[in-house]
Design a protein around this ligand. Sequence first.
Ligand code: ATP
Length: 295
Amino acid sequence: MKTFNGTAFAKLNLYLGVRGLRPDGYHELETVFQAVDLCDLVSLSLHRQGGVSLRCNLPYLPTDHRNLAVKAANAFFQASGIENPGLHINIKKVIPVGAGMAGGSTDAACVLRLLNRAFGMPLCEKKLAATALSLGADVPFCLHGGTALARGVGEKLQSQRPMPPCFLVVGKPGFSVATKDAFALYDNRPGGEPSTAAAVLKGLEEGDLAAIAGGLHNDLEAPVSRRYRLVGRLRTSLLDSGALGARMTGSGSAVFGIFEDREQAEAAAGRLRRLCRDVFVTVPLPERCWGKCEE
Ligand code: ATP
């Protein structure tokens, strides 16, 4: 039996703009992703036979083919033509579920990466990215990591200069917002101005943290926070605690704030804990940073 351990990092959206609805029902997006060091721990053990099985520390997550990590393993075996050997996946979830932090997508990306390594790289980067996209819009970025502008349904990725060092305080309310519900709220919103990623991209290019924080935007935030008031209250709490900027990430329900200073970030996290239980202080990660245990 061989074991492979991996770290599956979460993401935040520094910018998320909806660009329209495609005929297939997917929304075209423009988004700036940032990988952060909050991570799930994924371990794979390979056996001679036996199919794919999964164990997870969260009893309410599916452990069968509905789990994105199992889907990723099946997609890998199909794309590589490797006869399904026997694979057991163990996941220790740390990333909050249904938070807009790509928890399932990053587990899937981690499984793809580890399996490709375990079997001697049968999939080239292009094929690996295509397999990732077949699993979900956020999975290609989770393979990529770092800071990136994504277009389409999240698959056209352009690396950006790394985010300047900072502390990111994340609060996740006790409820989750399903991605399709967030888009339905957006589709039924009472109108709104078109937004742009320009300020965040310029801030990244110039390594200017205040400019990045000032440009944070998420088209889904107003419609989601009209329905879920706590989202707005978390954001206000972060700003009152001195965040340079604060926004909801992805389709919610988590909200994050940017801080220059660790002590200020820890104090803000303490205040946020009065409003929600899941609170994390995390930092941005550069591209292809998978943690020591994978090297
Ligand atoms: P995104 O940011 O990519 O829109 P999210 O962070 O909002 O996603 P997830 O945490 O990925 O949401 O969970 C969304 C749904 O996916 C949950 O309802 C959960 O049951 C399902 N799911 C399947 N596999 C996993 C997994 N490995 N980890 C977390 N959720 C999973």
